[in-house]
Design a protein around this ligand. Structure first.
Ligand SMILES: CC(C)(COP(=O)(O)OP(=O)(O)OC[C@H]1O[C@@H](n2cnc3c(N)ncnc32)[C@H](O)[C@@H]1OP(=O)(O)O)[C@@H](O)C(=O)NCCC(=O)NCCS
Length: 292
């Protein structure tokens, strides 16, 4: 109506569902460990300090206006200037208006099932069957090699998206092995030693490491991420076993909100079987491919 200005009222903790509020604070806290921030209207861009996987932009926790298409364009320009991927992430349930804005600004948005663990539904290890899952020990002499293997398994696993069995196996994993830069390894060791990161591997006789995953933790909230199984070892229950072992360790460590975003509905089934339940949608956005 003319004369009436739309005033954005960001959800406040007292009226927002508690898990969503805790998730929002978690997503805002995780990158701050290794990045500085730049604000663009309703968005904050996390710029990593030093080497490592680049971060994304997401809605600012303390924004007084919802992110606009102009904010998205300004962030994309800055990401291009810095040589970063034009990446955005947010929880749809916390910022429902952003999906349409992002699409209108030329982004392609993956709507990933956002799932939270129901601890009473986590099956005991014996019930899942399957192999032992090894949680990596930052004080062990083999830690550097273990981390390199975890990354190689993830690289081969994510290069074959979906849940289908494929040809790539141990040889592909070994070909993907890269020695970690010292600062990257030091960071990984420090985070693991303080419980902010937990890494897991499954090794099979004659095959070596075939599945891997990790968890990122801030206080009593944790995200399980990077679950991957070599294509040759899929459909044997290994992805479920790694997820369950990480969840069990997190619960033992006192984490009481454990969540993940599943890359698709079919992947969500793997997590459903170990006690995760869908509570919402995580949005992951990048530039839409140019029309032919
Ligand atoms: C998603 C992923 C980790 C699953 O790994 P996985 O080890 O194959 O997972 P599981 O074996 O536990 O479950 C996969 C399927 O095998 C089935 N399965 C499990 N054990 C089985 C067995 N012994 N015999 C036959 N089928 C079995 C499961 O029921 C499930 O079937 P469904 O697709 O019908 O639900 C793997 O496909 C992958 O690495 N994908 C690419 C990376 C990725 O997207 N990761 C997830 C990011 S969120």
């Amino acid at each position: 109506m003319p004369g009436i200005r739309y005033v954005y009222a960001p959800p406040v903790a007292s009226v927002r569902d508690e898990p969503f509020d805790r998730l929002e604070r978690f997503y805002d806290a995780v990158p701050r460990d290794g990045a500085h921030t730049e604000d663009f209207g309703g968005l904050v861009l996390f710029v990593r300090d030093g080497a490592g996987w680049p971060f994304y932009a997401r809605p600012r926790l303390d924004a007084t206006e919802p992110p606009s298409a102009a904010d998205i364009s300004a962030v994309r320009q800055r990401q291009r200037d810095l040589g970063l991927p034009e990446a955005f992430e947010w929880v749809h349930d916390n910022n429902p208006e952003l999906l349409a804005v992002a699409r209108s600004a030329g982004l392609s948005v993956l709507e990933a099932p956002l799932m939270v663990l129901d601890p009473t539904a986590l099956p005991p290890a014996a019930e899942l069957g399957g192999p032992a899952v090894r949680i990596l020990d930052p004080a062990a002499p083999g830690f550097a090699a273990d981390v390199a293997v975890r990354r190689a398994v993830a690289a081969v696993g994510f290069a074959a998206p979906g849940t289908e069995i494929g040809a790539a196996g141990s040889a592909a994993r070994d070909a993907a092995l890269v020695e970690l830069p010292v600062d990257s390894l030091d960071e990984e060791r420090a985070r693991t030693a303080t419980g902010r990161r937990i890494s897991a591997l499954v090794e099979m006789p004659g095959e070596g490491a075939v599945a891997s995953g990790m968890a990122l933790r801030v206080d009593d909230v944790a995200e399980i991420a990077g679950i991957a199984t070599l294509p040759s070892a899929r459909r044997r229950g290994l992805g479920a076993a790694v997820t369950a072992a990480l969840a069990r360790r997190l619960l033992d460590d006192g984490t009481n909100l454990i969540f993940l975003s599943a890359g698709s509905e079919e992947i969500a089934r793997v997590y459903l079987r170990v006690g995760f339940r869908r509570i919402g949608t995580a949005c992951i956005a990048e530039p839409a491919p140019a029309a032919l």
